[in-house]
Design a protein around this ligand. Structure first.
Ligand code: ADP
Ligand code: ZN
Ligand code: ZN
Length: 713
C-alpha cells in the first residue's frame, strides 16, 4: 500500500522511535509495523486511532544514515515505503525476531533429563527435537528453521526444555595474512582512495580482469579497519563464492560475514545481527546487502559495478550500485566502483568529474594482453556453431596443453525446431516466443515461461521431418566431444549447474586441470579465475548487436571483454577468437581495434545522439493482463492521467507492446517516460504515480513503475 497508518503509542509505554518495529492491530488482524515518523496530528479523530500493542525494538533497526537511504529510495523509486523497509530485512526480522545479538538458547532441563532417563516415550517430532537440542543446546532460530516449533512448545510447557539468553561469540576473525607488494598503479589507487577516508568521494576503479582490483579493495579495507571502521563490499550474485569470502578471511584480521539470499534464514539473521552490532566489521554481500545496518561504516565497495544483477527486476526495482553510492554520500565515506568493463553511466560520471577515475591497465601476472582475432562466419561457415579456424585453434591449444574456453550465451541444443516441409516453428503456447530444443531430455522448453513439451517426432501440420536450427551449448558440447574425444569437457550453464555445489565441482575440475575444454554461458564470465586457459572462443558475437534494447550493445561488449579476460591470466599469453557474421559492425570493430574504452566512447556518442541514458533519464510504466485490450486501455488511461502541470520537459512514448508481447499467457505493454532533467522527471513521477494509483484497472491487471530501468524492450 502506498501509504502509512497512524497509531497512538502503547498506553504507558515510551514512544517508539522511527525505524523501530511495533506490533499493531490492523483491521481485524494483527501485524508488525515499522515506525516511519512521529506525527503531531492525524486525519482521523483521536477516538478512532488505535494504539500500538507492543514495541518489539528498543533501538532503531538501522543507523540514521541507512534509514535515510531507505526513505530516500522509497521516494526516488516511487515505491511504497513499507515494502522498501520490510524488503530490506531478513525474513525472520520481518516476522518479529529480535534484532539484537542476544539469542534464546534451549537446553534440556534437569526435569527433562530425569524424564528421559526414566524412559519416558516421546512423539516422533519431540524425539527429533531432543536430538537437535542435544547436550550443547540449540537456538530458537535453529529450532524454528528445522520446523520443530510445535514440539518445542509442548516440551517447554512440560518444563523439560528450559531457555536462557546468550550473546553468541563474534564471528571468527580472519588470518590477516600479508598481501603481495603492490604495483605502482595499485599503490596509486590505494592512496587516492585512502586519502579520501572520512569524507565522501566516488572512485571508478577501471582495471582489466586480473589487474589486482580485489587486492586494492583489501588494502583500503585494511586501512579502514585500522581506523576502527567497517567496510561493505557488494558483489554480483554469481560471484559470491566461498573462494572470494575465503580470500577476504585470509587477508583481513577482522571478522568477515557474507550476506546473500541463499543463506538459511537463521544464518542470514545471524550475519545481519553481527553486522549491525559491529562484531563483523566487514560484510560481503549481494544487492540487498546495501541495506545492512553497520555502525561506523567507513567504505563501500561495488565490485563488477556494471553487472546486471545489481538491478532488482521485480517488486522494489532499485539499483544496488546506485544506492551504494547514495549510502556512501549520506554517510560521508568513499565509494569504490570496480570493473573491467564499467557501465557507460559510470564512465560518463567519471568524464564529468563526479567520479574519480583510477586505472589498472596491466595484469599482475607476466602474461601480456591477449591477441584478438575476428573470424568472419560468412567466409568461414560454422558447423554446429564452430568455424574451421575456431576448431583449428582449439586443436592447437589443446596440443600445447592449454585449456580452452568456449563461450556461447545460449543454453539448450537449438533455439528453434523447424519443419523442413512447411516452415512451421515450434511455438510456446503461452508466449510470443519459440521453444528451445533440449535434445538430451527429448523435450522442448520455453526460456521465458518455463513451459515444457515432449519433442514431436514429425511436424504437427504436415508430418514432414523436423530439424533443430541454430545452436545452444548442448549442441556445441556434442560437436566438441566428437571433434576432441580425448579432451574432457565441462559445461557450465543453468541446465547443468543447478545448485551451488555443482559450480564448485565444475570449477574444481577446471582448476586441477582434469577438464581441458570449458563451455558455457555468461555464468562463465563472472569473476572466476581460469589461469590455465590460453584460448577463448566467442561463438556468436552477434546476439547483442541488433538487440531491441538500448543497452544490448553495451552488454555484448562487456560479455566479450569479460570472457576474453579469462585467457592467459597466468604466465601464458592468451588468444581470443571472436566469430561473427558482421565483422564490419562499427561497435564491434571499435571494440576489437580500440578496446573497451574506445567502444565506450563511441557507444556514448550514439547514446547522446539518440537521447538515451546517461544523457536522459527514463522511467517505464509496465502493465500486463490476460487480454491485450485491457492492458492498452489501462495504459491509455494512465497516459491521460499524467499531471498536466508537471509535463514540461517530459516526453512520453507509447503505449507500445513489450518486445516479448505475451509471456506466460499475459499480454505486456508499456509507457516510456523520458526527460533530460532528473528533477523534472522525479516531480512528474510523484504526481503521476498518485494519479495512476487512483485508477481502477481490472483485477487481473498488474502494473509497476521502473525508475532508471535496466531494460526498456
Ligand atoms: P582482479 O580483482 O582485478 O581480477 P585480483 O586482485 O584478483 O584481480 O588479482 C589477480 C591475481 O593477481 C590474484 O591471484 C592476486 O593474488 C594477484 N595479485 C594481485 N595484486 C598483485 C601484486 N601486486 N603482485 C602480485 N600478485 C598480485
Ligand atoms: Zn510442416
Ligand atoms: Zn513460454
Amino acid at each position: 500500500m502506498r501509504r502509512s497508518f497512524d497509531y497512538l503509542p502503547a498506553p504507558g509505554a515510551t514512544l517508539p522511535g522511527p525505524g523501530e518495529r511495533v506490533r499493531v492491530p490492523f483491521g481485524r488482524q494483527r501485524a508488525i509495523g515499522i515506525v516511519a515518523a512521529h506525527a503531531d496530528a492525524s486525519e482521523l479523530p483521536r477516538a478512532q486511532l488505535k494504539s500500538v500493542t507492543k514495541a518489539i525494538d528498543t533501538t532503531p533497526l538501522w543507523d540514521e544514515s541507512t534509514f535515510g537511504v531507505l526513505r530516500w529510495a522509497a521516494d526516488y523509486y516511487h515505491h511504497p515505503l513499507g515494502d522498501v523497509l520490510f524488503g530490506a530485512l531478513p525474513r525472520m526480522l520481518r516476522e518479529g525476531a529480535a534484532a539484537t545479538h542476544e539469542e534464546t538458547v534451549w537446553r534440556i532441563s534437569d526435569a527433562g533429563r530425569a524424564a528421559l532417563a526414566a524412559g519416558t516415550r516421546l512423539g516422533r517430532r519431540q524425539q527429533a527435537l531432543v536430538e537437535i537440542v542435544g547436550d550443547a543446546g540449540a537456538t530458537a532460530a535453529q529450532i524454528a528453521d528445522a520446523g520443530h516449533g510445535a514440539a518445542l512448545r509442548s516440551l517447554a510447557a512440560r518444563g523439560w526444555l528450559e531457555s536462557s539468553l546468550r550473546r553468541p561469540p563474534p564471528p571468527p576473525a580472519g588470518a590477516g595474512r600479508a598481501g603481495p607488494v603492490l604495483t605502482v598503479d595499485q599503490g596509486a589507487a590505494v592512496s587516492a582512495i585512502g586519502s579520501s577516508l572520512g569524507s565522501f568521494g566516488a572512485f571508478l576503479l577501471h582495471g582489466v580482469t586480473g589487474s589486482g582490483k580485489t587486492e586494492v579493495y583489501l588494502r583500503v579495507i585494511e586501512r579502514v579497519l585500522q581506523a576502527g571502521r567497517g567496510a561493505l563490499v557488494l558483489v554480483p550474485e554469481i560471484a559470491l563464492t566461498p573462494q572470494l569470502v575465503g580470500r577476504f578471511r585470509e587477508r583481513l584480521a577482522a571478522p568477515v560475514v557474507a550476506l546473500h539470499s541463499s543463506l538459511a534464514d537463521s544464518a542470514r539473521l545471524e550475519a545481519w545481527r553481527a553486522a549491525r552490532a559491529g562484531s563483523a566489521p566487514v560484510v560481503i554481500g549481494t544487492r540487498s546487502a546495501v541495506f545492512t545496518p553497520m555502525p561506523s561504516l567507513g567504505l563501500v565497495v561495488v565490485d563488477e559495478e556494471h553487472d546486471a544483477s545489481y538491478k532488482q527486476q521485480e517488486g522494489f526495482r532499485y539499483s544496488g550500485r546506485d544506492l551504494a553510492v547514495m549510502r556512501a554520500q549520506r554517510a560521508g565515506i568513499p565509494a569504490v566502483l570496480g570493473s573491467a568493463t564499467p557501465s557507460l553511466e559510470s564512465i560518463s560520471n567519471a568524464a564529468a568529474g563526479r567520479y574519480v577515475r583510477l586505472s589498472l591497465p596491466e595484469r599482475t601476472g607476466r602474461a601480456g594482453k591477449p591477441r584478438v582475432t575476428v573470424v568472419d562466419l560468412r567466409i568461414n561457415p560454422a558447423r554446429d556453431g564452430l568455424s574451421p579456424p575456431a576448431s583449428a585453434a582449439i586443436e592447437r591449444h589443446l596440443a600445447d596443453r592449454g585449456q580452452v574456453l568456449v563461450f556461447l550465451n545460449r543454453r539448450g541444443y537449438a533455439p528453434t525446431l523447424f519443419c523442413t516441409g512447411c516452415g512451421w516453428i515450434a511455438p510456446c503456447k503461452a508466449c510470443d516466443a519459440r521453444l528451445t530444443v533440449h535434445l538430451s531430455r527429448a523435450r522442448l522448453a520455453c526460456h521465458h515461461c518455463g513451459a515444457e513439451a515432449p519433442m514431436p517426432f514429425a511436424c504437427p501440420q504436415c508430418a514432414s521431418e523436423l530439424a533443430p536450427v541454430g545452436e545452444g551449448t548442448e549442441r556445441v558440447e556434442t560437436a566438441l566431444t566428437q571433434l576432441f574425444p580425448a579432451a574432457p569437457l565441462v559445461r557450465i550453464d543453468r541446465d547443468v549447474i543447478r545448485r551451488r555445489g555443482d559450480m564448485e565441482a565444475a570449477l574444481a575440475s577446471v582448476a586441477d586441470g582434469r577438464a581441458r575444454i570449458l563451455l558455457g554461458t555468461q555464468m562463465l564470465t563472472k569473476g572466476h579465475d581460469f589461469p590455465d586457459v590460453t584460448l577463448v572462443v566467442v561463438l556468436a558475437a552477434d546476439q547483442g548487436l541488433f538487440g531491441a534494447d538500448f543497452r544490448a550493445s553495451e552488454r555484448l561488449a562487456q560479455q566479450i571483454v569479460q570472457v576474453a579476460g579469462r585467457a592467459g591470466r597466468g604466465d601464458r599469453p592468451g588468444e581470443v577468437l571472436i566469430q561473427t557474421s558482421y565483422p564490419e559492425h562499427p561497435l564491434l570493430k571499435c571494440l576489437i581495434t580500440a578496446g573497451y574504452d574506445g567502444f565506450a566512447a563511441l557507444a556514448l556518442d550514439e547514446r547522446r545522439a539518440a537521447g538515451w541514458p546517461p544523457y536522459a533519464h527514463l522511467a517505464l510504466l509496465r502493465a500486463d493482463a490476460p487480454s491485450r485490450p485491457e492492458v492498452n486501455a489501462f495504459l491509455e488511461e494512465a497516459a491521460a492521467a499524467a499531471p498536466a502541470a508537471r509535463r514540461a520537459g517530459i516526453r512520453m512514448f507509447g503505449p507500445a507492446p513489450a518486445a516479448l508481447a505475451r509471456r506466460a499467457g499475459r499480454h505486456r505493454a508499456q509507457l516510456l517516460v523520458e526527460s533530460a532533467s532528473r528533477g523534472a522527471l522525479q516531480a512528474f513521477l510523484a504526481g503521476w504515480v498518485e494519479a495512476i494509483g487512483s485508477l481502477k484497472p481490472p483485477r487481473q491487471l498488474r502494473w509497476s513503475l521502473d525508475v532508471d530501468p535496466a531494460e526498456v524492450d
